[in-house]
Write a protein that binds this ligand. Structure first.
Ligand SMILES: Cc1ncc(COP(=O)(O)O)c(C=O)c1O
Length: 376
């Protein structure tokens, strides 16, 4: 792919290598958001479709992005919300284990700590040794005692990638549920919902999906389409389009995963922005994004080696994710030192996390090398 910087508002002297922290909004996404927000300035122009159309178009785009079906998606505000839905709808038997990764993102840990505690079950936190893959340790840890496997596709700190098809197969063999947080991968790493067959798959929109904050998606396997939502959202009820008849209360929920939608899901400003971003990602193609980001991380890794910083090579790490181990003598304020040179990356624990996307150019990569040289 050619560099797509012209679509973003990133000044020439900024090397933004931190998509895992926050994906920037493209010009067309911002315009769609502004257009959406302005609908609320003229409420007399709103139609019933404004409450349903945006959400349904988004479900259809998500279905394309991850080989799912539109009816399997619910609109949610955050990963923590999606995890709460999953925890509410899965059985964790006394004495069983919920499996999570060492240093997993907290939204995919707290819900399971609580669920395990409430059911006299245990949390099994698996770690890996250097050179070992997450896939290997997860497959080893799944057994008859496992009730839930709660993972990501890519570890948010070390960038380690997991073979979710293999994990899904093993989990099913033991009757364990699979719950996924794709926030650090979807949009930059191909994912096939049909092949993985997870129970609940959750993604926040504001990183690799390049969408607005406070929006996300929950993909729900058909076997859970009759479960319990967190909220009693009136828009998720059958016949909700008939505003005049809303007080003819009834118990019928809309078909599919819509029952899990958050309240006020039809956010006029945010949903058009999310739609514009997803449309662009689909038009680039996730394979192409992955290859482009992979080319950048390979180049950045080469430069970092000269300064004693090493990360895992593919296939242990995902192409879009470079996580460098810092030497013991690295300055504590390395992130700030780089920032002072207009190089934006994240420090997470003992790692420097560098996550480029399609806006990155050669000048950014050179700036990274020069900043590293002066900081170390
Ligand atoms: C892997 C992962 N999951 C989820 C989130 C965000 O979670 P939430 O939407 O609950 O704030 C982040 C943010 O850094 C993340 O890295």
């Amino acid at each position: 792919m050619d560099c797509q910087r012209h679509l973003f508002d990133i000044p020439v002297d900024i090397a933004y290598l931190d998509c895992a922290y926050m994906g920037p909004l493209m010009g067309q996404v911002l315009a769609a958001g502004r257009g959406g927000l302005s609908r609320k300035a003229r409420p007399w122009e709103l139609t019933t479709d404004d409450f349903f159309g945006d959400a349904n178009r988004l479900r259809a785009l998500m279905a394309q992005l991850m080989n799912g079906r539109a009816q399997d998606f619910a609109l949610i505000p955050s990963v923590s919300y999606g995890m709460a839905v999953a925890a509410k709808n899965l059985d964790v038997a006394a004495g069983s284990e919920v499996l999570v990764l060492d240093r997993q993102f907290p939204s995919n840990v707290y819900a399971w700590r609580e669920k395990a505690r409430a059911n006299n079950a245990a949390l099994n936190t698996v770690s890996r040794d250097e050179g070992q893959s997450w896939t290997e340790v997860v497959l080893d840890a799944i057994g008859p005692q496992t009730s839930v496997v709660a993972l990501s596709h890519v570890h948010w700190i070390d960038g380690g990638v997991i073979d979710l098809v293999a994990v899904g197969q093993k989990a099913r063999t033991h009757g364990a549920a699979l719950v996924l947080d794709l926030t650090q991968s979807l949009g930059a790493l191909p994912f096939d919902a049909a092949a993985v067959d997870a129970d609940f798959t959750i993604v926040a929109n504001y990183k690799w999906l390049l969408g607005p904050y406070s929006t996300g998606f929950l993909h729900v396997a058909e076997r859970h389409h009759h479960g319990l939502p967190l909220e009693q959202c009136w828009q998720s009820r059958d016949r909700a389009e008939n505003f005049a008849g809303l007080t003819d209360y009834h118990d019928d929920m809309s078909a599919g995963a819509t029952r899990y939608d958050m309240g006020e899901r039809c956010n006029f400003a945010l949903l058009p922005a999310a739609e514009a971003a997803l449309t662009q990602i689909l038009s680039w193609g996730v394979e192409n994004i992955s290859k482009t980001a992979g080319r950048h991380t390979a180049h950045l890794a080469d430069i970092a080696k000269d300064y004693g910083l090493h990360g895992d090579d593919e296939p242990l790490r995902a192409p879009h994710y470079l996580s460098l181990r810092l030497p013991d003598d690295a300055p504590d304020d390395l992130q700030q030192l780089l920032r002072a040179q207009n190089v934006f990356v994240s420090r997470r624990g003992d790692r420097l996390r560098i996550t480029p996307h399609v806006w990155v150019n050669e000048a950014d990569i050179e700036r990274f090398g020069a900043a590293l040289k002066s900081a170390l």
